[in-house]
Design a protein around this ligand. Structure first.
Ligand SMILES: [Zn+2]
Length: 379
């Protein structure tokens, strides 16, 4: 049913276009060229498509096949941006060997874009009749701030969606979220010789860090999810002090908390605030402020929902195996779609080297994925 040559050539062309997220690496070109390429492909199949510029040089491409019936609508969603290419020897090669296609984005997630386009072509070529609208959403910036999918849900909503992030043809029904907070302890600047005048913000941060360390050890043991693993916390950034011989006026950390389905921003924030409040009571002069930098909700869909069951049936039909239900430890655009009230699951191809120096996708799984998308569109 799927035009294999078309799908693989499309994937190769996509990998050969630089769409590195410019927020992540200098020289990153963003999604514009990829978006125009996809838009032209959709148009040449006779599918309505538009390119929406959401920031300078950053675009979403939205294609739609309107249904003849009045069934539920389905969105196939894939991001066009990739992470950086530093350390890779030939990031844009698109080389094929041993059933694998290599290059940055091959697995995350241009293989999925090619599968969606392969499915779109088959639906057109075979004149498959759709009972519900089918939306193709190719979005910007998933690897950084997800401005693409955030903008997308303002514009268009469907009853259900498949986010085609890599899953090895397993069905992902839950993933962790994360929050980043900036916490600053306040000291009082003074000459290093004037200990009775100075207040050391760095040492106060030490008090806080030692409490956060306890929390980081406790969290994975006390909070677990059957699919997503454990909650966690770490402190990736710290800076404090201006110079030798001066009491430090400020010390700042950025704290990264990975959350499980069910944990809310208010809950997580309150737990950290409680630590700060306790330190304030115990140590005179301790002062700290907390400010949110990023919040990304965790995601979960009940496995009894029809999208989960239908995708599961389609995978069984195409691969001959009942798919496993999995969770991801990282965050994906599915959370934004879920929060917008769209029933969402994650399903993508097999491959390896995600965000690593050698990235590849299994071509057979890309074709199977396209077949599954066709089945889902025709349901
Ligand atoms: Zn991805």
């Amino acid at each position: 049913m799927i035009d294999k040559n078309f799908t693989i050539e499309t994937l190769q062309k996509l990998v050969r276009i630089n769409s590195v997220n410019p927020a992540l690496e200098e020289g990153g070109k963003g999604e514009f060229e990829t978006g125009v390429y996809i838009h032209d492909q959709l148009r040449s199949m006779g599918i309505d498509s538009e390119v929406n510029e959401i920031a300078p040089g950053r675009v979403n491409v939205i294609g739609i096949i309107e249904a003849e019936g009045t069934g539920g609508s389905l969105m196939l969603n894939a991001h066009m941006d990739t992470v950086g290419v530093k350390g890779m020897s030939d990031p844009y090669s698109g080389r094929v060997s041993d059933g694998k296609l290599f290059g940055r984005g091959a697995y995350d997630m241009k293989g999925s874009i090619a599968a969606i386009l392969g499915a779109a072509k088959a639906i057109r070529d075979k004149k498959i009749k759709l009972k519900g609208d089918l939306v193709f959403a190719f979005v910007a910036d998933e690897e950084y701030e997800s401005i693409g999918t955030k903008m997308l849900v303002q514009k268009i909503k469907t009853d259900s969606a498949i986010v085609a992030e890599p899953t090895g043809l397993k069905i992902c029904t839950a993933h962790r979220g994360f929050g980043i907070w900036k916490i600053t302890t306040k000291g009082k600047t003074a000459h290093g010789g004037n200990h009775h005048l100075g207040l050391d913000a760095n040492m106060h941060m030490g008090l806080l860090l030692s409490e956060l360390y306890k929390m980081a050890n406790k969290l994975p043991k006390s909070r677990k999810h059957p699919l997503c693993g454990e909650a966690s916390l770490h402190v990736p950034l710290i800076s404090g002090g201006r110079s030798l011989f001066i009491y430090s006026k400020e010390c700042t950390i950025q704290l990264e908390r990975r959350t499980l389905p069910g944990e809310t921003e208010d809950m997580v924030r309150a737990e950290i605030q409680e630590i700060i409040d306790n330190l304030q009571m115990k140590h005179s002069g301790f002062r700290a402020g907390m400010e949110r930098v990023i919040w990304r909700s965790p995601f979960e869909i009940d496995q009894s929902r029809s999208i989960v069951k239908d995708v599961s049936k389609a995978v069984l039909k195409i691969t001959g195996n009942k798919p496993k239900m999995i969770g991801h430890t990282w965050w994906e655009d599915s959370a934004i779609l879920g929060e917008a009230g769209i029933e969402t699951v994650i399903l993508g191809p097999k491959g390896g080297g995600i965000h690593e120096e050698v990235e590849w996708v299994d071509l057979h799984s890309v074709i199977q994925l396209a077949e599954i998308f066709c089945k889902m569109a025709a349901r």
